[in-house]
Design a protein around this ligand. Structure first.
Ligand SMILES: [Zn+2]
Length: 399
């Protein structure tokens, strides 16, 4: 047996203590959407269904709920959810006396649903509970039961414990976060992603890849998240180009839905890194989709991290992990970190990922972005603390 495609197994003789928490139930497989009706019925007779901007797209789900005699109240959210939108959603859910919340759509709809479920059962202002710009108080009561059904393959939001919300007045995106917000059921049906257009397949797929690479090199990685990341990276490597080139490729779609789920499992338990540290303030200040921002930053962050590790932690484990990523991505047993970075660059080019300047970002924004990203929760899990100069260099290269 060769080592090609194998991950890195830490040489340590002991494991740091860790915790792993996820959705109560995860149901995965083509055709599993059919189970949505009976699952929702377990929680009651009326569900608030949080969707993307088109409720129409959720009509198969609404029919299934109807067949199981679950009444539904749709609540569409256009774009990434704002604090105002989730407050309105929670008011609607309470007024309609919904017994459960279903998030059906991309990461935005799922995060909106997650936050709405939390606000329906916790009194007060959303800012009481928000990180960074709010008071960051813990939730007092468990949220209303939440069922997550993703229709894109990238964010893994169905198994994460935070909802990313935009606060337009603060020009920032921040999280409402609690272990209590984990879904009661994550229902992942790859068939729901068959009609995703190539552009969205690319951006969400590269978010998934980022959410597997960052937890794998994170300083909070543990053996359980490592195993998940290795398997996920391998599947993205073999299937993202195929799903982009032919959306009807069922095997590739299944791989990507699974990789997205794995990314969510990994990031919720091992954290992220500098790519996501930048993605939060960039997403708050510019109308830039999360996945393409991450994709534009990913090879640059990998390169700067590897350089900083070589300079300041040459004997640490993280460099070996970047070598392992290169083997997984390229399938070559002799690949090293640089080959992995080149592979990711090639993928971004083939999937037509634009540079950051297309969103109106310029060098004048760098100081503020560096300052804001240094405070982002994801930055703390980066394998090495990057200097302000290094952070600026990442932005220059991604521009
Ligand atoms: Zn992400």
């Amino acid at each position: 047996m060769t080592t090609a495609g194998r991950g890195f197994v830490a040489a340590r003789r002991y494991v740091r203590s860790f915790e792993f928490a996820t959705a109560t139930r995860i149901i995965f497989g083509a055709g599993t959407l059919r189970e949505a009706g009976p699952i929702a019925k377990e929680f009651g007779d009326r569900a608030l269904v949080v969707t993307g901007k088109s409720v129409e797209r959720a009509s198969p789900l609404l029919s299934l709920l109807n067949e199981s005699r679950v009444a539904s109240t749709p609540f569409p959210v256009s774009g990434e959810p704002t604090t105002d939108a989730v407050v309105r959603g929670a008011q609607l859910g309470k007024k309609e006396q919904c017994d459960a919340v279903i998030g059906f759509g991309g990461g935005s709809a799922i995060d909106a649903g997650k936050a709405i479920a939390a606000l329906m059962s916790n009194e007060g202002d959303v800012f009481d509970y928000l990180e960074v710009i709010g008071r960051g108080k813990p939730l007092v009561h468990p949220p209303e039961p939440f069922i997550a059904i993703p229709t894109t393959a990238g964010t893994g939001a169905e198994v994460t414990r935070n909802a990313v919300l935009a606060s337009p007045e603060h020009r920032v995106k921040v999280s409402l976060r609690s272990r209590l917000m984990l879904a009661k059921v994550a229902l992942v049906d790859p068939e729901s992603t068959y009609d995703l257009p190539p552009g969205l397949t690319a951006s969400t797929g590269l978010d998934a890849l980022t959410q597997l690479i960052e937890p794998y090199v994170s300083c909070k990685a543990n053996p359980l998240t490592d195993a998940i990341c290795v398997e996920g990276i391998r599947r993205v490597a073999r299937s993202l180009r195929r799903a982009f080139g032919n959306g009807a490729d069922k095997v590739a779609r299944e791989d990507m839905a699974l990789s997205s789920l794995f990314g969510g499992l990994a990031l919720a338990n091992a954290g992220l890194g500098a790519v996501h540290g930048f993605a939060a303030p960039i997403g708050g200040m510019f109308p830039a989709p999360h996945g393409t921002v991450c994709a534009a930053l990913l090879p640059q962050v990998m390169e700067l991290n590897v350089r900083a590790l070589r300079e300041r932690a040459p004997d640490g484990e993280s460099l070996l992990r970047y070598d392992a990523i290169a083997r997984l991505l390229t399938g070559s047993e002799t690949a090293t970190a640089g080959d992995g970075i080149a592979w990711v660059r090639g993928l971004c080019r083939d999937l037509r990922i634009p540079p950051l300047r297309v969103y109106g970002i310029s060098v004048n924004d760098f100081s503020l972005l560096v300052e804001k990203s240094a405070k982002a929760s994801s930055m703390k899990a980066n394998p090495i603390a990057l200097t302000a100069e290094e952070l600026k260099e990442i932005l220059e290269r991604a521009l």
